[in-house]
Design a protein around this ligand. Structure first.
Ligand code: FAD
Ligand code: DLZ
Ligand code: SF4
Length: 512
């Protein structure tokens, strides 16, 4: 029987479930670059180029494997502008046939496709996306009846289920989690070795054509389109990952929470872009890291930290998304209501930590985890920005952003907007934290040890204002009791001054 299989821009895996057993002789594949997917978020120019170039390379590989592939380019004059429109056109061209696809990663698209197929009486079927290591139903079973959902408990089960970093059924080295060993700031530039850099790839003819198209079709897209250096094929993504294993994994653990001026990547893997699009396989990455430890090429704290991010956090976050959507996206537990300041786009602010982080995002469509959580995320949390605006920004500016992973990280982890579904307390921090974990404060217009003076660091007074503002919600929280005792011990005039400074700042955040 003939079938039409739609393959999305983040379904570029060679072993995609919808195609695994498909007979090339009876399967027509549709891939389409469409305006609706370009416009649903303010995508970074590099993200657009990455998605389209990787899609075009994948289409060529599928055609080489014998499939009939229909590829619709963004500037095709007949392009309808939406995926459902392209499905309709394909069915008109080839006559009715069943449509199959691997389940999309976003609720938005899943419901749009369901409504379209119901309304048009299309024989339409989903195939489970088994590129993840925990099925949506298995997460639901795990979550059922638990009072609190904690990544650490989930992660231990996943380690056992996938037999990763175990010795005789017990955690390698005797501990499940080496997070406490992963919080070293970076030594100053004079005392540290040259930092590794992610592998860069020269654009080939396909990528150059995509760059031309993005330049002309999306001239207002955020961020720097060039230099474009991402891998756009599974082969090059694997090379980039092997380069990480060799050059950065050994120190990944120690400096996981560090930040440094002018250093966009530190010891991070820079593979989420590839994992989320399907160019890398998560289990293969975990096993390769485990092998590095077993072969004495990387220490356990680094390898465990890395495996925890992928097997633990990545899977857990996806579980949370599907477990709580669609209501999850509407949550605003802390009632943030301020619009996103313009400097989230321009990077033009006197706060050096924010300026450095945003400049890196503009360059690379990337920031590492601590920048996302403790700089731009922390600022949005303590300033009380509106979650929807913040989530839209996160969904657009990162090349690895798709809602299933962006939303729980931003709304849940960074903004505590879900009221603490999986984070026991908000990740709010003052300038002192940023000063401890980075060198950003050196040469900043503001002073991280001042909360009330002329050069007071905005993170300090916004932090204490946040704590005071959210007193009702958090005062009784056992893990925040010390913070409230600390607030009570401070001179009331000082607290009042911090709150005045916060009120002034919150009226015009762009003045910071
Ligand atoms: P590394 O630090 O080298 O970690 C290795 C891998 O672990 C990553 O590639 C990623 O696949 C996985 N991982 C680590 N932490 C997480 C996490 N919290 N959630 C899911 N996977 C994780 N990640 C995305 O892939 N897309 C997003 O849109 C995204 N948005 C985020 C928004 C906020 C506010 C925060 C705090 C985090 C977000 N993350 C997101 C998680 C994390 O910051 C990125 O996965 C990571 O920075 C990617 O860089 P890397 O490949 O160098 O990661
Ligand atoms: C991110 C993205 C963009 C920018 N463009 C397309 C596109 O034109 N066609 C397509 O199939 N996929 C695109 N994607 C990826 C989708 O947005 C992604 O597949 C869904 O959000 C589901 O996760
Ligand atoms: Fe950021 Fe404050 Fe440090 Fe400036 S002083 S870099 S604003 S934390």
């Amino acid at each position: 029987m003939k079938q039409l299989v739609l393959v999305l821009g983040d379904q570029l895996s060679t072993a995609l479930s919808s195609l695994r057993d498909a007979d090339p002789a009876s399967t027509r594949i549709l891939m389409a670059e469409v305006a609706a997917e370009v416009e649903y978020a303010p995508h970074h120019a590099k993200k657009l180029a990455f998605v389209f170039s990787a899609m075009r390379h994948h289409a060529a590989a599928l055609a080489k494997a014998g499939f009939a592939v229909e590829y619709v380019e963004l500037d095709d004059p007949d392009n309808s502008g939406s995926l459902t429109g392209e499905l309709e056109r394909a069915l008109k061209r080839h006559g009715d046939m069943p449509v199959r696809m691997t389940c999309p990663g976003e609720w938005r698209l899943k419901t749009a496709l369901e409504s379209w197929s119901d309304a048009n009486g299309i024989d339409f079927g989903w195939v489970d996306d088994d590129r993840f290591l925990c099925k949506v139903e298995d997460f639901a079973t795990w979550a059922k009846g638990r009072k609190t959902l904690r990544m650490e408990h989930f992660y231990r089960e996943m380690r056992r289920r996938h037999d990763l970093l175990l010795e005789d059924g017990e955690p390698a080295g005797g501990r499940w989690n080496y997070d406490a060993d992963n919080r070293e700031p970076l030594p100053p530039p004079t005392a540290r070795p040259t930092l590794p850099q992610p592998m860069h790839f020269k654009p080939d003819a396909t990528t150059r054509e995509v760059l031309r198209m993005v330049r002309s079709r999306c001239p207002d897209a955020f961020g720097d389109l060039e230099p474009f250096w991402f891998a756009v094929t599974p082969g090059n993504a694997r090379r980039a990952f092997a380069h990480f294993l060799k050059t950065a994994l050994p120190l990944f653990g120690d400096h996981q929470d560090a930040m440094a001026s002018g250093e966009d990547f530190l010891y991070h893997a820079v593979i989420s872009i590839y994992l989320n699009a399907g160019l890398l396989d998560p289990l293969e990455c975990c096993r390769a890291a485990e092998d590095a430890w077993r072969n004495d090429a990387a220490p356990l704290n680094a390898v465990e930290g890395f495996v925890r991010q992928i097997l633990g956090w990545r899977e857990f976050i996806r579980g949370i998304y599907w477990h709580y959507m669609p209501d999850y996206a509407e949550q605003n537990a802390l009632e943030g209501d301020l619009p996103l300041p313009g400097f989230y786009w321009s990077g033009e602010t006197g706060m050096k930590c924010m300026a450095e982080t945003i400049a890196g995002i503009r360059r690379n469509a990337y920031a590492h985890h601590i920048q996302r959580l403790m700089v731009t995320g922390n600022f949005a949390l303590i300033a009380g920005l509106e979650p929807k605006a913040v989530c839209d920004w996160y969904l657009g500016v990162y090349a690895d952003a798709y809602e299933w992973v962006e939303l729980p990280n931003t709304l849940g982890m960074a903004l505590h907007g879900d009221g603490g579904v999986f984070a026991s307390k908000p990740y709010a921090a003052s300038g002192r934290y940023i000063q401890r974990m980075s060198d950003y404060c050196e040469g900043c217009r503001y002073d991280p040890s001042d909360a009330v003076g002329e050069h007071a660091c905005p993170f300090n007074y916004l932090y204490w204002d946040f704590i005071a503002r959210q007193r009702q919600r958090f005062e009784k929280h056992p893990r925040m009791a010390m913070i409230y005792r600390n607030l009570a011990r401070q001179d009331p005039q000082r607290v009042q001054r911090m709150r005045e400074l916060a009120a002034i700042a919150r009226r015009d955040l762009d003045a910071l």
